[in-house]
Write a protein that binds this ligand. Structure first.
Ligand code: TYD
Length: 215
Protein backbone atom coordinates (compact mmCIF):
# COMPACT_ATOMS: atom_id res chain seq x y z
CA UNK A 1 0.00 0.00 0.00
CA UNK A 2 1.33 3.42 -0.90
CA UNK A 3 1.82 5.64 2.12
CA UNK A 4 -0.31 8.73 2.65
CA UNK A 5 2.55 10.64 4.19
CA UNK A 6 5.06 12.87 2.48
CA UNK A 7 8.80 12.40 2.63
CA UNK A 8 10.95 15.46 1.93
CA UNK A 9 14.73 15.52 2.32
CA UNK A 10 17.09 18.50 2.40
CA UNK A 11 20.60 18.37 1.03
CA UNK A 12 23.62 20.52 0.40
CA UNK A 13 27.25 20.92 1.34
CA UNK A 14 28.09 22.06 4.87
CA UNK A 15 27.42 25.80 5.12
CA UNK A 16 24.67 25.81 2.47
CA UNK A 17 22.17 26.99 5.10
CA UNK A 18 19.37 24.43 5.16
CA UNK A 19 18.46 24.41 8.86
CA UNK A 20 16.31 27.56 9.25
CA UNK A 21 14.33 26.67 6.14
CA UNK A 22 13.59 23.14 7.35
CA UNK A 23 12.17 24.60 10.57
CA UNK A 24 10.16 27.19 8.64
CA UNK A 25 8.72 24.52 6.36
CA UNK A 26 7.71 22.45 9.39
CA UNK A 27 5.83 25.52 10.70
CA UNK A 28 4.14 26.04 7.34
CA UNK A 29 2.88 22.44 7.21
CA UNK A 30 1.71 22.54 10.84
CA UNK A 31 -0.12 25.81 10.18
CA UNK A 32 -2.13 23.91 7.57
CA UNK A 33 -2.99 21.15 10.03
CA UNK A 34 -0.41 18.53 8.98
CA UNK A 35 1.47 16.46 11.53
CA UNK A 36 5.20 16.87 10.94
CA UNK A 37 8.05 14.56 11.90
CA UNK A 38 11.26 16.54 11.86
CA UNK A 39 14.38 14.40 11.72
CA UNK A 40 17.93 14.15 10.42
CA UNK A 41 20.64 11.81 9.15
CA UNK A 42 22.80 10.33 10.30
CA UNK A 43 20.52 10.11 13.32
CA UNK A 44 16.85 10.34 14.17
CA UNK A 45 16.70 7.35 16.55
CA UNK A 46 18.70 6.62 19.74
CA UNK A 47 20.84 4.04 17.92
CA UNK A 48 21.34 6.16 14.80
CA UNK A 49 22.31 9.17 16.93
CA UNK A 50 25.05 7.04 18.55
CA UNK A 51 26.31 6.09 15.09
CA UNK A 52 26.21 9.79 14.12
CA UNK A 53 28.67 10.65 16.88
CA UNK A 54 31.10 8.05 15.51
CA UNK A 55 30.69 9.09 11.87
CA UNK A 56 31.13 12.80 12.59
CA UNK A 57 34.09 12.47 14.94
CA UNK A 58 36.12 9.31 14.43
CA UNK A 59 38.61 8.75 11.63
CA UNK A 60 37.64 5.74 9.49
CA UNK A 61 37.88 4.59 5.91
CA UNK A 62 35.19 5.40 3.36
CA UNK A 63 33.67 1.93 3.39
CA UNK A 64 33.29 1.96 7.18
CA UNK A 65 31.71 5.40 6.93
CA UNK A 66 29.28 4.22 4.24
CA UNK A 67 28.32 1.10 6.19
CA UNK A 68 27.71 3.10 9.36
CA UNK A 69 25.52 5.72 7.66
CA UNK A 70 23.50 2.96 6.00
CA UNK A 71 23.19 1.08 9.31
CA UNK A 72 21.90 4.28 10.89
CA UNK A 73 19.53 4.74 7.93
CA UNK A 74 18.12 1.24 8.29
CA UNK A 75 17.26 1.83 11.95
CA UNK A 76 15.90 5.30 11.15
CA UNK A 77 13.63 3.95 8.40
CA UNK A 78 12.30 1.09 10.48
CA UNK A 79 11.86 2.89 13.78
CA UNK A 80 10.87 6.39 12.72
CA UNK A 81 10.35 7.18 9.03
CA UNK A 82 8.12 4.28 7.95
CA UNK A 83 5.81 4.52 10.99
CA UNK A 84 5.52 8.29 10.49
CA UNK A 85 4.66 7.91 6.78
CA UNK A 86 2.14 5.19 7.62
CA UNK A 87 0.44 7.63 10.05
CA UNK A 88 0.27 10.20 7.27
CA UNK A 89 2.90 12.57 8.65
CA UNK A 90 4.99 14.95 6.64
CA UNK A 91 8.53 13.71 7.27
CA UNK A 92 11.14 16.44 6.88
CA UNK A 93 14.58 14.88 6.94
CA UNK A 94 17.80 16.89 7.12
CA UNK A 95 19.89 14.77 4.69
CA UNK A 96 19.24 11.25 3.38
CA UNK A 97 20.87 8.88 0.89
CA UNK A 98 21.88 11.60 -1.58
CA UNK A 99 24.31 12.74 1.13
CA UNK A 100 25.95 9.32 1.11
CA UNK A 101 26.40 9.44 -2.67
CA UNK A 102 27.71 13.01 -2.39
CA UNK A 103 30.01 12.67 0.65
CA UNK A 104 31.16 9.05 0.65
CA UNK A 105 30.81 8.66 -3.14
CA UNK A 106 31.83 12.10 -4.44
CA UNK A 107 33.86 13.43 -1.52
CA UNK A 108 35.69 10.25 -0.53
CA UNK A 109 35.58 8.53 -3.91
CA UNK A 110 33.90 5.39 -2.60
CA UNK A 111 32.47 2.97 -5.17
CA UNK A 112 29.06 4.14 -6.43
CA UNK A 113 27.87 0.68 -7.42
CA UNK A 114 28.40 -0.54 -3.89
CA UNK A 115 26.43 2.46 -2.62
CA UNK A 116 23.63 1.64 -5.08
CA UNK A 117 23.57 -1.94 -3.81
CA UNK A 118 23.37 -0.71 -0.21
CA UNK A 119 20.66 1.77 -1.17
CA UNK A 120 18.52 -0.95 -2.75
CA UNK A 121 19.05 -3.32 0.14
CA UNK A 122 18.63 -0.93 3.06
CA UNK A 123 15.73 1.03 1.59
CA UNK A 124 13.62 -1.90 0.44
CA UNK A 125 10.46 -1.67 2.46
CA UNK A 126 7.74 -4.21 3.07
CA UNK A 127 4.48 -3.04 1.58
CA UNK A 128 6.09 -1.06 -1.22
CA UNK A 129 5.68 -2.48 -4.69
CA UNK A 130 8.46 -4.91 -5.63
CA UNK A 131 11.40 -3.07 -7.20
CA UNK A 132 10.47 0.14 -5.39
CA UNK A 133 12.68 1.44 -2.63
CA UNK A 134 11.94 4.13 -0.11
CA UNK A 135 13.26 7.45 -1.32
CA UNK A 136 12.06 10.98 -0.69
CA UNK A 137 9.06 12.29 -2.65
CA UNK A 138 11.00 15.54 -2.98
CA UNK A 139 14.61 16.47 -2.31
CA UNK A 140 15.38 20.14 -1.79
CA UNK A 141 19.01 20.67 -2.74
CA UNK A 142 20.62 23.87 -1.47
CA UNK A 143 23.24 24.36 -4.15
CA UNK A 144 26.07 26.65 -3.07
CA UNK A 145 29.59 27.09 -4.47
CA UNK A 146 32.12 25.35 -2.22
CA UNK A 147 34.13 28.59 -1.87
CA UNK A 148 31.14 30.53 -0.53
CA UNK A 149 30.22 27.72 1.87
CA UNK A 150 33.80 27.70 3.16
CA UNK A 151 33.63 31.45 3.85
CA UNK A 152 30.35 31.00 5.69
CA UNK A 153 31.76 28.19 7.82
CA UNK A 154 35.00 30.00 8.64
CA UNK A 155 34.88 31.27 12.18
CA UNK A 156 31.73 29.33 13.02
CA UNK A 157 31.65 26.81 15.89
CA UNK A 158 34.44 24.23 15.98
CA UNK A 159 34.21 22.11 12.83
CA UNK A 160 33.35 18.40 12.83
CA UNK A 161 35.29 15.88 10.72
CA UNK A 162 33.53 16.82 7.47
CA UNK A 163 33.46 20.57 8.04
CA UNK A 164 37.24 20.45 8.45
CA UNK A 165 37.70 19.08 4.91
CA UNK A 166 39.30 21.35 2.28
CA UNK A 167 37.29 23.18 -0.36
CA UNK A 168 38.19 20.58 -3.06
CA UNK A 169 36.38 17.95 -1.02
CA UNK A 170 33.20 20.03 -1.10
CA UNK A 171 33.55 20.59 -4.84
CA UNK A 172 33.45 16.81 -5.25
CA UNK A 173 30.49 16.58 -2.85
CA UNK A 174 28.64 19.17 -4.97
CA UNK A 175 29.41 17.18 -8.11
CA UNK A 176 28.01 14.13 -6.34
CA UNK A 177 24.73 15.94 -5.65
CA UNK A 178 24.59 17.18 -9.24
CA UNK A 179 24.96 13.61 -10.53
CA UNK A 180 22.14 12.42 -8.29
CA UNK A 181 19.90 15.20 -9.56
CA UNK A 182 20.76 14.42 -13.18
CA UNK A 183 19.86 10.76 -12.61
CA UNK A 184 16.51 11.63 -11.03
CA UNK A 185 15.53 15.19 -11.99
CA UNK A 186 11.83 14.91 -11.15
CA UNK A 187 12.63 14.20 -7.47
CA UNK A 188 14.86 17.26 -7.03
CA UNK A 189 14.25 20.96 -6.50
CA UNK A 190 17.54 22.83 -6.85
CA UNK A 191 17.71 26.03 -4.82
CA UNK A 192 20.27 28.73 -5.52
CA UNK A 193 21.55 29.00 -1.98
CA UNK A 194 23.79 32.06 -2.51
CA UNK A 195 20.71 34.32 -2.53
CA UNK A 196 19.38 36.24 0.48
CA UNK A 197 17.67 34.17 3.14
CA UNK A 198 14.27 35.60 2.07
CA UNK A 199 14.82 34.66 -1.58
CA UNK A 200 15.95 31.16 -0.62
CA UNK A 201 12.84 30.73 1.55
CA UNK A 202 10.65 31.93 -1.31
CA UNK A 203 12.17 29.29 -3.60
CA UNK A 204 11.87 26.51 -1.01
CA UNK A 205 8.22 27.32 -0.40
CA UNK A 206 7.55 27.54 -4.12
CA UNK A 207 9.12 24.11 -4.71
CA UNK A 208 6.74 22.55 -2.19
CA UNK A 209 3.72 24.53 -3.38
CA UNK A 210 4.43 23.49 -6.97
CA UNK A 211 3.84 19.89 -5.85
CA UNK A 212 0.44 20.90 -4.51
CA UNK A 213 1.37 19.98 -0.95
CA UNK A 214 1.03 23.48 0.57
CA UNK A 215 -1.46 26.20 -0.25
P1 TYD B 1 24.93 18.21 9.14
O1 TYD B 1 23.71 17.60 8.58
O2 TYD B 1 25.56 19.29 8.34
O3 TYD B 1 24.58 18.67 10.58
P2 TYD B 1 25.16 19.90 11.39
O4 TYD B 1 24.40 21.07 10.84
O5 TYD B 1 24.86 19.54 12.79
O6 TYD B 1 26.64 19.95 11.09
O7 TYD B 1 26.09 17.14 9.47
C1 TYD B 1 26.06 15.87 9.04
C2 TYD B 1 27.38 15.55 8.37
O8 TYD B 1 27.38 14.19 8.01
C3 TYD B 1 27.59 16.35 7.10
O9 TYD B 1 28.91 16.86 7.09
C4 TYD B 1 27.45 15.34 6.00
C5 TYD B 1 27.76 14.03 6.67
N1 TYD B 1 27.03 12.90 6.08
C6 TYD B 1 27.72 11.95 5.33
O10 TYD B 1 28.94 12.07 5.14
N2 TYD B 1 27.05 10.90 4.79
C7 TYD B 1 25.71 10.74 4.96
O11 TYD B 1 25.12 9.76 4.44
C8 TYD B 1 25.01 11.72 5.74
C9 TYD B 1 23.52 11.56 5.96
C10 TYD B 1 25.71 12.78 6.28
Amino acid sequence: MASQGLFISFEGIDGAGKSTHIDALAQAFRAQGRAVTLTREPGGTPLAEKLRVLVLNDAMDAMTEALLVFAARRDHLQQLIEPALARGDVVLCDRFTDATFAYQGGGRGFNLETLSFLERTVQSVQGLEPDLIRNPDLTVWFDLAAEIAAQRLAGARSPDKFEAEPVEFFRRVSDGYRQRMTACPQRFARIEAHQTREAVWHDVLHAVQAKGWLA
